[in-house]
Design a protein around this ligand. Structure first.
Ligand SMILES: Nc1ncnc2c1ncn2[C@@H]1O[C@H](COP(=O)(O)OP(=O)(O)OP(=O)(O)O)[C@@H](O)[C@H]1O
Ligand SMILES: [Mg+2]
Length: 234
């Protein structure tokens, strides 16, 4: 059984249908990347999975439970956390306050978890009182990921975690993603930096115009001439 299984998901905004029956799965412990042209519905798929966009038809299951009609809060509590493409931290709150907010729906105290996050992201530990709004793009992305990890999810959804970052910082973010995965967390990524993302992914999907186009193991997609031509600038 897959950890996450989205089957034939149809979703959109108002009258407009964006996803016309998209299917993706993430198995326990996997890193899976979704790539595809701008506007093809990658972010919409993530929002549909976490309950922010209604699943019109089709089904999303997480740990075998149908979550297609569940509230985002309930989905998050069940261990599926999501870092959106933008506006993913509270700029006027400090690093520590952002992490505390991340654990908001978790019961009990969580100082140990904050310390674990500071170990994983040492940059954040330097000045925990610093306002998130004053952080660099890379640090902010790390904080957004750490905030989502506060709930100790089984699956983490990251929408373009490397967007707008320099190659060096991007490498650092991908490196952290691999550490998170090594600790047993499955990841579903949306990425524009397809080559780097597919290289570290167990599997990948290519979406075009709200439909599945290709799916394969990460390295196999990298070697696929169609993928190379369209998405890797080969
Ligand atoms: N809140 C919204 N209301 C109406 N239309 C929207 C909304 N959000 C996205 N769309 C439209 O849905 C389509 C898919 O958008 P989506 O953000 O899912 O694409 P994407 O693949 O993530 O693109 P990008 O690579 O640019 O992030 C686009 O045509 C977009 O304009
Ligand atoms: Mg997007």
């Amino acid at each position: 059984m897959a950890l996450l299984e989205a089957s034939e998901v149809v979703a959109g905004y108002g009258e407009t249908e964006i996803l016309h029956g998209v299917s993706v799965a993430v198995n326990e412990g996997e890193v899976v990347t979704i790539i595809g042209p701008n506007g093809c519905g990658k972010s919409t798929l993530m929002k549909a999975v976490v309950g922010l966009v209604r699943v019109r038809t089709g089904r999303v299951t997480f740990k075998g439970v149908d979550i297609s009609a569940q509230s985002p809060e309930r989905i998050v509590r069940s261990g599926l956390c999501y870092v959106p493409q933008s506006a993913n931290v509270f700029p006027s709150l400090s690093i520590r306050e952002n992490l505390e907010m991340g654990a908001f729906v978790r019961s009990g105290s969580h100082p140990d978890r904050i310390e674990e996050m500071f170990e994983l992201f040492p940059d954040l530990a330097l000045r925990p009182g610093r306002k998130a709004g004053s952080l660099s793009g890379g640090q902010r992305q790390m904080l957004a990921i750490a905030r989502a990890l506060m709930l100790d999810p089984a699956l983490l959804l990251l929408d373009e975690p490397s967007a707008g970052l320099s190659p060096a910082i991007m490498g650092m973010v991908f490196d952290r993603i691999q550490s998170i995965n090594s600790a047993g967390v499955a990841l579903l990524l949306v990425e524009q930096n397809a080559r780097e993302a597919l290289r570290m992914s167990h599997r990948g999907y290519i979406l075009v115009s709200g439909r599945n186009r290709l799916e394969d193991r990460g390295p196999a997609l990298l070697d696929n001439p169609e993928v190379g031509r369209l998405y890797l600038g080969a």
